[in-house]
Design a protein around this ligand. Structure first.
Ligand SMILES: Cc1ncc(COP(=O)(O)O)c(C=O)c1O
Length: 374
């Protein structure tokens, strides 16, 4: 049996009429950028997220660095984040001209370890950028407390956790800005690239809107800016999909529970940790093996069996050859948990449209692997 990692086509088939209708509306309107469908989606997204503003941008990376720029964070400033994330988190800090200060993650949740933040703060520190990795929110109450005490901005990298929440807090509630990615692989994905900035701050809203559109506030008037708009076709796709996101998340959580139950007895690898009370949206269901060699062998075993297992992310940020050392990066403390995570992570296929026989097959193969390790 073949089990793919994503269910994009199945998802489209399930809501084809809704998506097609929105795309037709855009095509027939003749408005493809900053048009009415895009504006309507921004209103819908702000209502859904519970923020005063939602600004559509070209992708999740742009959402992050345009937010940093809008907050005035740039050259000479430092932004603290965790070393185990998708490259774009640190890349966005660097594009904004600031230095990414990398600290370790919590060994269980894999999100930034808030107890390590204070030691990384210097007079240059301007912001903390927690990543809600794999679909689980970082410890926002602890992060926000440190930010308030040290007069720092908090920007949530929510590319992987749309529709998630903490036990006592919602996303966006304890930060200045929340950024998301709508690339197709995400839980809410368009048909290409897309991103969004959520904020209650009027100044950030106005500034991101200006920056995303060639620095323009009125026709023919420009100051320094860029081109990073969410186009209306993508907004139409997302508008249709957003109506289903909560149901899709519930289905993801159900599949995660199904894996938890089926794999409860395994001995050679650990199952993902979900913080009690949090709405972990399982963007990724990530196992932890004993070491790198075992991980590579397990991924190969699953792939040979037709299961598209993957690794997220097998090279931590500070181990990336292409990162601009000296210019854009500083490490604080040991990054042993981030490095361990990079060496031991295995992601199993998990998406709302997964079928029971596929999930059963994945479980059976993981158990077969586990038995062979004894
Ligand atoms: C944690 C994280 N941050 C940022 C991004 C960047 O988003 P994009 O690819 O839309 O630029 C991604 C995903 O791609 C991500 O997973």
């Amino acid at each position: 049996m073949k089990v793919s990692f994503y269910g994009h086509v199945r998802q489209y088939e399930n809501i084809k009429a809704e998506i097609d209708a929105n795309m037709q509306e855009v095509i027939m309107s003749g408005n493809f950028t900053l048009g009415p469908v895009g504006a309507r989606f921004e209103t819908q997204a702000a209502e859904y997220f519970g923020s005063k503003h939602a600004i559509g941008v070209g992708n999740g990376t742009d959402a992050l660095w345009l937010s940093l720029m809008a907050l005035g964070v740039g050259e000479g400033d430092e932004v603290i984040t965790n070393a185990n994330t998708f490259f774009a988190t640190a890349e966005a800090i660097w594009i904004a001209g600031a230095t990414a200060v990398l600290i370790d993650c919590d060994p269980k949740t894999k999100c930034i370890d808030p107890t390590l933040i204070e030691a990384a703060i210097t007079p240059k520190t301007k912001a903390i950028m927690p990543v809600h990795l794999y679909g689980q929110c970082a410890d926002m109450p602890a992060i926000s407390k440190i930010a308030k005490a040290n007069d720092l901005y908090v920007i949530e990298d929510n590319a992987q956790a749309i529709d998630g929440a903490g036990d006592t807090f919602k996303q966006g509630e304890l930060s200045d800005v929340t950024c998301t990615s709508y690339i197709i692989q995400k839980n809410l994905g368009c048909f290409g690239d897309g991103g969004m900035v959520f904020t209650d701050c009027d100044k950030v809203n106005a500034e991101v809107r200006r920056l995303r559109n060639h620095g323009s506030t009125a026709r023919n008037h420009h100051s320094y800016g860029f081109n990073s708009r969410l186009d209306d076709l993508q907004a139409g796709v997302l508008s249709a999909k957003m109506k289903h996101i909560s149901a899709w998340t519930d289905q993801r959580i159900a599949w995660a529970k199904n894996y938890d139950k089926g794999l409860a007895g395994v001995k050679s690898f650990k199952l993902p940790y979900a913080t009690p009370g949090y709405r972990h949206v399982f963007h990724l269901y990530v196992l932890e093996t004993a070491d790198e060699a075992t991980r590579d062998a397990m991924v190969k075993f699953l792939q040979d069996a037709g299961i598209d297992a993957k690794t997220h992310y097998s090279i931590a940020i500070h181990k990336q050859a292409g990162f601009p050392w000296g210019k854009g990066c500083r490490i604080v403390g040991s990054l042993e948990n981030a490095e361990h995570n990079a060496k031991t992570c295995v992601s199993l296929p998990l998406f709302p449209e997964l079928k029971q026989e596929e999930a059963d097959y994945v479980i059976a193969k993981c158990i077969e692997w586990d038995n062979a390790q004894a």
